[in-house]
Ligand binder design. Structure first.
Ligand code: AMP
Ligand code: ZN
Length: 113
């Protein structure tokens, strides 16, 4: 399967990795939309949140913990930040490997575009 995030997990292409364990990886977005823009992914290939079920969703809890820790490390925990999971075509998903955007370091407007 030709998946850019699986290739990052397998170290076939480089990324600015900021966290890694057996199940989760976090790396800087190549096209940052905010001063802090990190992608947090399960190492297992899941296409979107629609692939999550009781057999594989424990990883989401870990991802939220990683997001908390990265928010603290990047000093955006108190000021605030946004966690975004674009899903499917209307959601603006372009990479079809589940990923959580951690965005911060500037004020985020609402509604999103
Ligand atoms: P989405 O539009 O929610 O699917 O987000 C995909 C994100 O992946 C975009 O913000 C891209 O900038 C980012 N991205 C794509 N390729 C890479 C890569 N090789 N390394 C880091 N980030 C990437
Ligand atoms: Zn993948």
């Amino acid at each position: 399967m030709d998946c850019v995030f699986c290739r990052i997990v397998n170290k076939e292409i480089p990324a600015a990795v900021v966290y890694e364990d057996e199940e989760v990886m976090a790396f800087k977005d190549i096209n940052p939309q905010a001063p802090v823009h990190i992608l947090i992914i399960p190492k297992q290939h899941l296409t979107s949140i629609m692939d999550l079920d009781d057999s594989n969703s424990d990883v989401v809890k870990k991802i939220i913990k990683v997001a908390q820790n990265l928010a603290r490390e990047n000093n955006i925990d108190k000021k605030g930040f946004r966690v975004v999971v674009n899903t499917g075509n209307d959601g603006g998903q372009t990479v079809h490997h589940l990923h959580f955007h951690l965005l911060g370091g500037r004020f985020m407007t609402w509604p999103p575009g």
